[in-house]
Design a protein around this ligand. Structure first.
Ligand code: PLP
Length: 377
């Protein structure tokens, strides 16, 4: 594995198939024990080269709109589920053709589009909002925050004709373990449980960090078994992050060293372009062999090659001095990276490689000037 980091074009993502399989086996275990169905939320990870491998384990994909649905339909052998806050007339004929589950965000959307969806024999559901926040400080990732546009609240749900709906969908978690799920279900069931009795499925969305060390999968399994029994329904989960958690790396080459009150490294990768969650969340990604600033002998601030002053990845320390030409490897770079990449400042898109099950490095895709140019006019 270490060797392959010296072989890929930088900046470049490397996804380790062996680590991915470990995650998929955990998800498979949850499905086998609980009887639930798990989908890949493509919003987090859409590297379709790996869809044949992922589809050996997971039963389908979840899409946030037409294009993701098409990608799942074309590349992933399994069910295609879609949710969108608002569908468009012009895209709906294709959606009804390629999607198995179509999830609406309001009763007016349901009235507008369900006749076509039902005529095509599709299973329709409604996203609800239990109005129960389980995270503080991250309003941008909280669909239960005040005035959220995501999901129908209890007040708005009441009085509408839910007949014809096959299922309910809720997605309110973000990088969370089983405890916030249990707390959410208590509120959800009190508000919406009675509607489930006449339905076929419940989709618990994503944000479940199932593959993280401290996630208690046995509690999740018990909970799903209870839901299936109480309401006589199928249960779906659609994690994104959990599928590829800790399976990807971003390899970068150091371009320059600068001094301004502290030592600064300029890398060939950018936080703004290649790991935007570092700035949005914000968080500090791990680097193989590096420590907190001051912890090891040589401390540096790491920044990107763009002209955005805030394109800073963080402060790190190393055992030995870092020089131009050296490579650094960022960890956990599979989810919400490739899917969010942009070419701001004319930055090149990182190459995409895999470290395969036969322990070889395979360069899947490299990008160039045309990829930058073709989007701009
Ligand atoms: C983002 C999202 C997911 C996946 O969330 P993760 O945090 O990546 O697990 C699943 N379903 C819906 C509706 C989403 O918006």
């Amino acid at each position: 594995m270490e060797k392959c980091f010296s072989q890929v074009p930088t900046p470049g993502y490397v996804i380790d198939e062996n680590l991915l399989i470990k995650n998929l086996e955990i998800l498979q275990y949850v499905m086998d024990k609980s009887g639930c169905k798990i989908l890949l939320a493509q919003k987090a990870f859409s590297m379709f080269y790996l869809y044949p491998l992922i589809s050996k384990y997971l039963i389908g994909t979840a899409a946030s709109g037409l294009f993701e649905a098409r990608l799942g339909h074309e590349e992933f052998d399994g069910e295609t589920h879609i949710f969108s806050p608002a569908y468009q007339e012009k895209e709906f004929p294709v959606i009804t053709k390629i999607c198995d589950h179509i999830i609406f965000n309001s009763f007016s959307q349901w009235e507008k589009f369900s006749p076509a969806a039902m005529a095509a024999g599709k299973s329709c559901g409604m996203r609800i909002n239990p109005e129960f926040s389980t995270q503080d400080g991250h309003a941008i990732y909280d669909p239960c925050a005040p005035y959220s546009r995501l999901g129908v609240t209890e007040t708005e749900f009441k009085g509408n004709d839910a007949a014809g709906l096959d299922g309910l969908h809720l997605h309110t978690l973000c990088e969370q373990t089983q405890e916030p799920l249990l707390a959410t279900l208590e509120v959800f069931e009190a508000k919406f449980g009675s509607y489930l009795k006449n339905m076929k499925w419940l989709n618990l969305g994503g944000g479940h960090h199932i593959t993280r060390n401290d996630y208690d999968v046995e509690v999740l399994i018990e909970t799903i078994l209870r839901l299936r029994k109480t309401y006589d329904i199928e249960v779906y989960l659609e994690p994104g992050e959990a599928v590829v958690l800790n399976t990807g790396f971003l390899v970068t080459t150091v371009l320059e060293t600068i001094h301004n009150g502290m030592d600064i490294l300029i890398l060939d990768t950018s936080a703004a372009c290649h790991m935007p969650d570092v700035l949005e969340m914000p968080y500090r990604p791990e680097i193989i062999g590096a420590g907190l600033p001051g912890e090891k002998n040589y401390s540096y601030r790491l920044g990107g090659p763009t002209c955005l002053a805030g394109d800073i990845i963080g402060d790190y320390s190393f055992d030995t001095a870092v020089n131009p030409g050296d490579r650094l490897v960022f960890c956990d770079m599979a989810h919400y990276t490739m899917v969010k990449n942009n070419t701001f400042n004319g930055m090149a898109l990182p190459s995409i490689s895999v470290y395969s099950t036969d322990k070889e490095i395979k360069i899947i895709r490299e990008f160039g000037f045309e990829d930058f140019k073709q989007r701009l006019s």
